[in-house]
Design a protein around this ligand. Sequence first.
Ligand code: HEC
Length: 154
Amino acid sequence: MKYRVNKTAMIAGLAICLTGVAGLVQAADEPANVIKYRKSLMTANTSHMGAMGEFAKGTVTFKGGFVEFATAINAISMQIPALFPAGSNTGAETRAKPEIWSKRDDFVAAAKKLETESAKLIVAAKGTDENALKAQITATQQACGGCHETFRSR
Ligand code: HEC
């Protein structure tokens, strides 16, 4: 059996492909995607923080990689304001409170607080004083909670 290439069908197919690509490009940074993205980074935060929290509680003695974990939290802290652009309070399930936008300066300050505390955590993780490290893990956790209390619902 022989197949003849139908040029019209080919062009139509190509057009559909290109429209699909354009659709994907347009979908970038839509509120629903921004919400998904920031939740991923917050989950990374909580994974690192949770692990270090176990050390702070004394349930484990592991502290390998803490410099890098703290560095990751520090890097994310600097992204937080940008992760909450205007209009990203809808489009997907989100716990972001309206205060993020109505009290923008306070929100940015809360992110800055985490940046400062996680920077201190990097220093503590490089040091040898375990009590200082534990105290700074707790201080960093409080910077997370401080923001959530005001700016995250439930
Ligand atoms: C400056 C504010 C701020 C700081 C600091 C902050 N968070 Fe968040 N966090 C939020 C907001 C707002 C949300 C809700 C996001 C949403 O639902 O769109 C959130 C959501 C979360 C979530 C839920 C994610 C999900 O999948 O729904 C976790 C877990 C979390 N944060 C952990 C942390 C940890 C751990 C830290 C500290 C290392 C931290 N956050 C620091 C504001 C902050």
